[in-house]
Design a protein around this ligand. Structure first.
Ligand code: TXA
Ligand code: MG
Length: 318
């Protein structure tokens, strides 16, 4: 029997009983629980097999709730929140004492965002507490952009996936923290670096720091298919110079032909980066399910959301 359901009341009941539910957002599906329930939060880490040192994002429905969560909002954070919430921006701010250490991995900061998805906003309004939610994939695997992806991962370990359709952005939120008043980008994501800089000017980018990553989800290997995966400039050239014979190819906009290509995914025939981002993870899930020898991915144009996609693809590739 499917665990996918439209029933918001059922999701409320499960969350009120300190259990967890997968929820849709405009970026990717999340695995959600009451931020104040140790039982629910521990289950999120367990089900995902996520290390406890990797903190979670707190999801709100209104900026009115922000004072309950954080103690200080720098001016640039204020501007970004006004420009992009509800939406795919996560702000890392000084946490309020009431936020459990389990959520923040003991840090004195907490990550917070208001997702832009009507179903989840309605759910959050119906609850007396915010929801902590990491992406609803096992640790290191491809994030889910459809309810079915989540069901395939977790049908034996969670009660319910709240149906919200395909995620419209399709790539995780952009994460920004602060060092003093200075904004620092920890994760490229669904809001492009260019759009962020339009609002607050130049920003320091630290998303490649791997030894003691400020945002531990930025580890070098992440978002990985189980099939061998390569990220290349020229797909045909790569095929000619390697021995793979049963290949899946992921292209940005152009079609390709070669005798060894068993399956081709084209992200946006018109070359639209938004469309490409919204199709990216589904295409990777599709290719990874085909038992291919290799998945070969063409690098995206390196600007706007193409830059965010390349960031994920570099971590997905071996
Ligand atoms: O789009 C998204 O952000 C999705 C949806 C479900 O909201 N969530 C998501 O969560 O991608 P997750 O757990 O897969 O990634 C959250 C990232 C991790 O890299 C984590 O290390 C970072 O946020 N993070 C959380 N709290 C932090 C903190 N206090 N300081 C720095 N980074 C933090
Ligand atoms: Mg994740």
């Amino acid at each position: 029997m499917s665990i996918i359901s439209n029933d918001i009341n059922k999701a409320v009941a499960i969350l009120n009983s300190e259990d967890i539910v997968a929820i849709p957002t405009e970026t990717v599906y999340g695995l959600a629980g009451n931020i104040y329930s140790e039982k629910a939060i521990r289950k999120i880490f367990e089900v995902k097999q996520r290390p406890l040192f990797n903190p979670l994002i707190v999801h709100l429905y209104s900026v009115k709730q922000l004072n309950e969560i954080v103690t200080n909002i720098p001016e640039k954070a204020q501007k970004l929140a006004e420009a992009f919430w509800p939406g795919s921006l996560t702000l890392v701010l000084k946490k309020n004492e009431a936020i459990p250490d389990l959520i923040t991995a003991g840090k004195d900061t907490v990550a917070v965002r208001i997702p832009n998805h009507p179903v989840t906003l309605q759910l959050l309004k119906a609850l007396d507490f915010p929801l902590a939610a990491p992406s609803a994939n096992p640790f290191n695997r491809i994030s889910p952009t459809q309810a079915l992806h989540v069901e395939q991962y977790f049908k034996n370990s969670i009660q319910m996936v709240l149906e919200g359709g395909s995620c419209t952005s399709g790539i995780e939120s952009t994460i920004i923290g602060f060092e003093g008043e200075e904004a620092v980008l920890y994760r490229l994501g669904a809001i492009s670096l260019e759009d962020i800089e339009t609002v607050i000017g130049n920003i320091i980018v630290k998303n490649k720091s791997e030894l003691a990553p400020a945002a531990p989800g930025m580890l070098a290997k992440h978002y990985s298919p189980t099939t061998k995966t390569f990220l290349v400039d020229d797909v045909l050239h790569f095929i000619e110079n390697n021995h793979f014979k049963n290949i899946g190819v992921l292209q940005f906009k152009d079609s390709l032909e070669n005798e060894f290509i068993a399956h081709l995914e084209v992200l946006s025939k018109s070359g639209n980066l938004n469309e490409a981002a919204s199709n990216l993870y589904h295409a990777m899930h599709t290719l990874d399910a085909l038992n291919l020898d290799a998945i070969i991915i063409q690098k995206m144009p390196n600007y706007g959301l193409g830059k965010s996609m390349n960031d994920r693809l570099e971590r997905a590739a071996n």
